[in-house]
Design a protein around this ligand. Structure first.
Ligand code: RFL
Length: 404
């Protein structure tokens, strides 16, 4: 279909006060909050329900996220199946040390709960409450965001185009979504490529240790994070440009065992590698997060490297701030919260970016074509020794690790 045929074939779909694009953690927390306050909304989601409920990603929820879910009545599944987690173990050429971070800093643990379980819970609650989701519907443009009735043009599940009119549009559709593409020219996107790539792995195997494992090895970083009794996420630093299928399962397990020094500290529990993807460690932030009646939330607002496990937590934080502001505007006639949305979220986003960057520098000697590699390596060693030796550094780490 040509562009003009496409525009000609447009039909008006059902209108809503708020059109939410994307059924990830951001879109579904927002949808549930709006629905519980009687605000009419619809979620447009490109994927089908099965794909949405089975997209394995994050797993470490900070205490603030748990509190948001609790105060909005969204925490039943997490309370039943989530597990508290409060220790990380660093393994380096100098030996290993553990930080019981739940007893440091703010004195709170993470809750380990796989993101796909959280998304399935949020979706079930939203649909049970009468919420509308249009699966298989890809938003292709946001128009009239400057005016009082913006619209989202979408390719519906039957392939036909439709226009969804709204008072407000919440783009919760990730970094490649339509929200970002609909911003006016000149909107700032601050981007940083950290120059490091990880092979992200999901193993059908129980966790190998009772801690988050961070291993620093001359061959590169390796990480271990529990997800559930029979699923574990591992990371292996790899050369940028590596193809995800370049390594066999056996090579992956051998390399993980080597870098995590399994011969000294205990074997890894092996199992099939169920998912693998190369993650280039990148960050970006859009400023501001609002353009007229269009709001960016979650990964659409800011992409953050997975080094400090903050992405899903920021998505939930922003969704609650926007949800409350939309309720104030649409139910109580007070648009002040919408005016402050960007300035309220951005300090949290930048703080998380700073800590994620600090974690990357803790775990890698970053490439610098003009610098002395040994100098940077020695700085990295000094950084981790500081974390091992100074109580003040450990408290700072814990506060940032579980804070948002
Ligand atoms: P999502 O989850 O990507 O959801 C966006 C949804 O939008 C849909 N979509 C569209 N729908 C309609 N029309 C379009 N044009 C659309 N374009 C996209 C998509 O199908 C999808 O359903 O974004 P959201 O809600 O902002 O949530 C962000 C989080 O998913 C993300 O930040 C985290 O997963 C990041 N992350 C982690 N975060 C943590 O807090 N803790 C962790 O331990 C953690 N581990 C991780 C991670 C991300 C990873 N990857 C995949 C980079 C581990 C990994 C490997």
């Amino acid at each position: 279909m040509t562009e003009s045929e496409y525009a000609g074939a447009l039909r008006d779909a059902d209108a809503a006060d708020v059109v939410i694009v994307g059924a990830g953690p951001a879109g579904l927390v927002l949808g549930n909050i709006l629905l519980s306050h009687g605000v009419d909304c619809v979620v447009l989601e490109r994927a089908d329900r099965d794909a949405v409920e089975n997209r394995a990603r994050a797993g470490f929820l900070v205490p603030h996220t748990v509190r948001v879910l609790e105060r909005n009545g969204l925490d039943a599944g997490l309370r039943r199946r989530g597990r508290e987690h409060g220790v990380c173990e660093f393994r380096t050429e100098d030996g290993r040390f553990r930080l019981d971070y739940r007893r440091l800093g703010l004195g709170e643990p993470h809750t380990v709960y796989p993101q796909h379980d959280l998304v399935a819970d949020l979706l079930g609650l939203y649909l049970d409450a009468g919420g509308r989701v249009r699966f298989g519907t890809e938003a292709v443009a946001v128009s009239d965001a400057d005016g009082p009735t913006p619209a989202v043009t979408a390719r519906e599940a039957d392939g036909r185009p439709a226009r969804h009119r709204a008072r407000y549009v919440a783009a919760c559709d990730g970094r490649h979504g339509v929200g970002r593409r609909s911003l006016p020219p000149g909107t700032a996107r601050h981007h940083h490529d950290h120059g490091v790539s990880w092979l992200g792995l999901l193993a059908e195997a129980p966790p190998s240790l009772d801690a988050v494992g961070y291993a620093i090895h001359p061959r590169g970083f390796a990480g271990h994070m529990a997800r559930s009794a029979d699923l574990t996420r591992y990371y292996l630093q790899c050369a940028p440009g590596t193809r995800a299928d370049a390594w066999s399962d056996d090579r992956i397990w051998d390399e993980l065992a080597l870098r995590m020094r399994a011969s000294a500290y205990g074997p890894l529990v092996r199992g099939p590698i169920a998912q693998r993807a190369v993650v280039d460690l990148e960050s970006d932030v859009i400023e501001p997060l609002r353009h007229g009646s269009l709001f960016l939330v979650g990964d659409a607002a800011a992409l953050i490297s997975p080094s400090a496990a903050k992405g899903a937590n920021l998505a939930v934080l922003e969704a609650e701030i926007l949800g409350r502001a939309l309720v104030d505007a649409l139910v109580h006639g007070d648009p002040g919260g919408l005016d402050r949305y960007s300035e309220r979220c951005l300090p949290h986003i930048w703080r998380a970016q700073e800590f994620s960057r600090w974690m990357i520098r803790l775990l890698h000697a970053l490439p610098d074509p003009d610098g002395d590699p040994l100098f940077r390596e020695r700085l990295r060693q000094a950084r981790i020794a500081g974390l091992r030796d100074f109580a003040s550094a450990q408290h700072w780490f814990a506060e940032n690790y579980t804070g948002i």
